[in-house]
Design a protein around this ligand. Structure first.
Ligand code: SF4
Ligand code: SF4
Length: 168
C-alpha cells in the first residue's frame, strides 16, 4: 500500500514536470490586473494643470474606514489651485486604514480621486502609510501649468464642470 502511494506521488510529480508552470516570477514578471481592480489612489488634474479636487470632503464622508482627511482653503484668481471657490490645502489617505472599496471615487463630484492599478504599496513605518496630497497628485500634463496658477477673473467660477452627457 505504501509503495502504491509512493508510485502515485512520483507519477504526479513526473506529470507536473511537463505542464506549463503557473508561477509568476514576481517582481521581475507582473500579472496584469483586472479592469475593475482598485489599487493606489491618485488625484487627477485638468489638461491645463488645475487640480480636479475642490476640497469638498465628500470622499472623506463616504469612506467607511475614516481613512481620508481633507482640509479646504479658498482659491483666488491670483493663486488658483482648482476651479471654483475652494481647493484641498491638505489631502491625506491613511493606507493602513484603507480597504480599497472605491467609495471615495464613487462619491467624488469632479472625478478627482481615482483608484489606479498600482498594488505595490509597502512601508516600514506607520507615518509612511499616510499618503499626502504631494504623493497622490498627478504630475502636470504636457502643455499645462503647475498650481497655483494666476487665472483671469470670472473664468473658473464653477467647482464642478458642466457634464456633456449627465447620464455618462
Ligand atoms: S478606497 Fe474605501 S476605504 Fe479606501 S480611502 Fe477610499 S473610501 Fe476609504
Ligand atoms: S477628492 Fe473629490 S470628493 Fe474628495 S475632497 Fe476632492 S473633490 Fe471632494
Amino acid at each position: 500500500m505504501m509503495l502504491d502511494d509512493l508510485a502515485r506521488g512520483l507519477a504526479t510529480t513526473l506529470k507536473m514536470m511537463f505542464e506549463k508552470p503557473v508561477t509568476i516570477q514576481y517582481p521581475e514578471e507582473k500579472r496584469r490586473v483586472r479592469t475593475r481592480f482598485k489599487g493606489r489612489h491618485h488625484l487627477q488634474r485638468y489638461e491645463n494643470g488645475l487640480e480636479k479636487c475642490i476640497g469638498c470632503s465628500l470622499c472623506a464622508a463616504a469612506c467607511p474606514a475614516d481613512a481620508i482627511f481633507v482640509e479646504a482653503a479658498e482659491n483666488t484668481d491670483e493663486e488658483r489651485y482648482s476651479p471654483g471657490e475652494r481647493y484641498a490645502r491638505v489631502y491625506e489617505i491613511n493606507m493602513l486604514r484603507c480597504i480599497f472599496c472605491g467609495y471615495c471615487q464613487d462619491a467624488c463630484p469632479t472625478e478627482a480621486i481615482v483608484l489606479g492599478d498600482n498594488y505595490e504599496l509597502s512601508f516600514t513605518d506607520r507615518r509612511q502609510a499616510i499618503y499626502t496630497k504631494e504623493m497622490l497628485l498627478d504630475p502636470v500634463p504636457p502643455g499645462g501649468q503647475p498650481t497655483p496658477q494666476r487665472t483671469p477673473s470670472g473664468v473658473y467660477t464653477r467647482s464642478v464642470p458642466v457634464m456633456k452627457d449627465p447620464s455618462d
